[in-house]
Design a protein around this ligand. Structure first.
Ligand SMILES: [Zn+2]
Ligand SMILES: [Zn+2]
Length: 328
C-alpha cells in the first residue's frame, strides 16, 4: 500500500516539474463540498427580481448602459448586473431606492485542457477592473473573488463544456441552469451539467439569465433573490448563501423537506412538477390531471435516501422555475 502511494506521489511531482505555467494552480475538484446553503423560503427578507447576465454597447450589446437599465426597469426588475465581456462599466448614479445596479463582468479565461474558453460571470466586481488575459482561469477567479465578486459558471452546454472543464476550476457558486441567450442554438439548459456536479458532491446553485445582447430579449429569464434589503451587500450575500431560485415564468412560493423526508412545493399554477434527486431514477414527476391546475405537490423520499433534492415547476407554456438544491 505504501509503495503504491509513493509511486502516485512521485508521478504527480514529476508531472508538475514539466507542466507549462498555464497549468499551475489546476484544481481537479471544485471543493465546494462543505458549503451550506440557506433555504430562501424559510428565511426573512424580500424577493427581488434580478438580471445577472446583461450586455451593452460596452461590449457586444445593442444599446448603451442607461438604455439597457431603463429596459429592465420597465420590465419590473429590481436588480440588474451589467456583465460586459472582459470589462466593467462606471455605473455610479444609476441606482435608486427601488432599483439596484451592480457592477459585473463576463470573463473568458483559457481552459487548461485546450477546450473552448470558460465563460464565467463575476457579479459585484468593482469598477474599474484591470482585465489581465494572461492570468490562468483559477488566478482570474481568485483575483475577482478577492475584490468581492461572486462567480457563476455561464452556459456550459453552449460552450461545449462538461464535467471535465467545470472541475478544472473552483470557487464558483453556481451554474446557469437556464441561459435565454442560447435559445437560437437550443442550448439554454445547464441542468444536466448542474446535476452531474451535485452528484459528485459539489454544492452549487442554479441561476437563470437573459444573457441579453438584443433588446427584444430583455426580461425573458431571471433570478428571484430573497435578501434582507435592496442593497449590494445584501444581494451579494444572498447569492453567496443560495437564497434564490431561477425562473423564466413560474413562481415558487415554498419548498422544503420535513423530518420524515417528505419534500413539498407550493407554486403558481403548474402542469408538471419535478422533484429531482441524485441516484438511479433521478426523482419523481407529478403531472397535473388537467392542463394547468397544480399549485402544490409532495413526495415521500424516505425510501430513496437522497443526498440532495431540487424541484422544477413547469407551466402550461413550458416555462420553468428551478429551486436550488436542499442538501439532506
Ligand atoms: Zn458567454
Ligand atoms: Zn454573455
Amino acid at each position: 500500500m505504501k509503495r503504491r502511494i509513493f509511486f502516485k506521489l512521485a508521478g504527480v511531482s514529476a508531472l508538475m516539474t514539466f507542466v507549462p505555467k498555464v497549468f499551475a494552480g489546476v484544481k481537479r475538484s471544485a471543493a465546494n463540498s462543505s458549503k451550506q446553503l440557506v433555504n430562501p423560503f424559510s428565511t426573512k427578507g424580500q424577493w427581488y427580481k434580478t438580471a445577472l447576465h446583461v450586455h451593452t454597447t460596452t461590449s457586444d450589446g445593442d444599446v448603451d448602459v442607461p438604455t439597457r437599465l431603463q429596459q429592465y426597469r420597465d420590465k419590473g426588475f429590481d436588480v440588474v448586473t451589467i456583465t460586459d465581456h472582459r470589462q466593467t462599466n462606471n455605473l455610479s448614479g444609476y441606482s435608486s431606492d427601488d432599483f439596484l445596479v451592480i457592477s459585473g463582468i463576463e470573463f473568458h479565461p483559457k481552459t487548461y485542457s485546450g477546450a473552448p474558453a470558460h465563460h464565467l460571470l463575476g457579479i459585484g466586481l468593482p469598477h474599474p477592473y484591470e482585465y489581465n488575459k494572461e492570468l490562468s482561469a483559477q488566478e482570474m477567479i481568485d483575483d475577482m473573488k478577492s475584490k468581492g465578486a461572486k462567480i457563476f459558471y455561464a452556459h456550459p452546454y453552449w460552450t461545449g463544456h462538461g464535467y471535465a472543464e467545470m472541475t478544472e476550476v473552483s470557487g464558483y457558486l453556481g451554474v446557469e441552469v437556464h441561459n435565454e441567450g442560447c435559445r437560437s442554438t437550443d442550448s439554454c439548459s445547464g441542468r444536466v451539467h448542474w446535476d452531474q456536479m451535485l452528484n459528485k458532491g459539489h454544492v452549487l446553485t442554479g441561476v437563470a439569465t437573459d444573457d441579453v445582447h438584443k433588446s427584444a430579449n430583455v426580461g425573458l429569464a431571471w433570478t428571484m433573490i430573497k435578501a434582507e434589503n435592496l442593497n449590494e451587500q445584501s444581494i451579494l450575500d444572498a447569492l453567496e448563501n443560495g437564497s434564490f431560485y431561477a425562473s423564466n415564468g413560474p413562481v415558487i412560493e415554498d419548498f422544503y423537506v420535513d423530518e420524515n423526508m417528505k419534500v413539498s412545493v407550493k407554486c403558481s399554477p403548474a402542469r408538471k412538477i419535478v422533484f429531482r434527486i441524485n441516484g438511479s431514477g433521478n426523482g419523481n414527476v407529478v403531472l397535473s390531471k388537467d392542463s394547468n391546475e397544480m399549485v402544490t405537490a409532495e413526495w415521500d423520499m424516505s425510501r430513496k435516501k437522497p443526498q440532495w433534492v431540487r424541484c422544477e415547476v413547469i407551466d402550461e407554456k413550458g416555462n420553468t422555475a428551478w429551486s436550488n438544491p436542499i442538501f439532506l
